[in-house]
Design a protein around this ligand. Sequence first.
Ligand code: TXA
Ligand code: MG
Length: 334
Amino acid sequence: MTKLLTSDVDEAVTALRSGGLVALPTETVYGLAALARSPEAVARIFAAKGRPLDHPVIVHLPDATYLDDWAVEVPDWARRLGDSCWPGPLTLVLRKARDVGGYLTGAQPTIGLRVPAHPVAHEVLTRLGQAVAAPSANRFGRVSPTSAPDVYRDLGEFLDPATDRILDGGPCPIGVESTIVDVSGDAPRLLRPGSVTAEQIAAVTGLPLTDEGPVVRAPGTLASHYAPRCPVLLTVSTDVQATIAGALETHPMGTIGLIGLADDQVRQTERVQWLLSAATPDALARGVYSALRRADDQAMSAVIAILPPDTGLGRAVADRLRRAGGSRAGSGSS
Ligand code: TXA
Ligand code: MG
């Protein structure tokens, strides 16, 4: 076994302090972390991911008291949102402080900040006593990893065992990325749905929440994100049988995988197999990315994704599945 994988928090903290990269578990997905104040270390994140340099990264803070080191002109209602959801799966996009480098923000005037709740991420950050930049720990164009072995399969060859580590903290309990809210304007704007819901945000801020505007500022919101290599066909529970019949015709060879909430009406056959049959929307979120990865590992000819209802975590899962099923043109996962 390689030296990259470890479950020793001390080793991870030492690696980060020395300017190395550490893939670490958060409650959402694994992040690929480096000291946020080090442009050299952050540049290595982009190299390992194969990610374009103009994509902003989320800065992860040990706790909310660090917010004012990074952001200015924080509205009271945005602070309330941080206070009520942090530590947790919420990223706030705020006006950046003057000394925050453009290498973190994609040269934008805003910075994405989050305080992760996962005990391992929290321990790393508090021992380190400073912020880390951490995009999801996948190669650009791949789905986010929700386990240390998934990180290893994606990034192992792009990390250096002399300086870098993959910190194994088990599977991620939520499974889809944080909710991103732009709070740099007069009212909150939802840039990416996650487990903190639109209803919660509106309730805490007391302001109407607008959806993502026409300007795409978060690469995670581009249409072809979170996509496996094989085609992903979207359907809804009432149309599953027709979608299966169509897929069997369009893809006369190979296996077709199904992802969705459990459905007793769907009979598995030699060519139609459940990749993930989830009892609840939460279970669907936890398993959706590893299911998409299994579709690639098993060289399936297509995936049929049954969209869950657009409520609670179902909205975030439906969003990622729509992107997985979206056009491949001109982008990849961040
Ligand atoms: O749950 C998560 O958010 C995970 C874990 C590791 O914390 N991180 C994550 O990072 O998903 P990443 O880089 O894969 O996706 C972050 C998204 C990107 O789409 C990025 O463009 C957007 O956040 N983002 C970061 N800073 C931004 C900013 N200043 N303005 C707009 N979008 C921003
Ligand atoms: Mg990402």
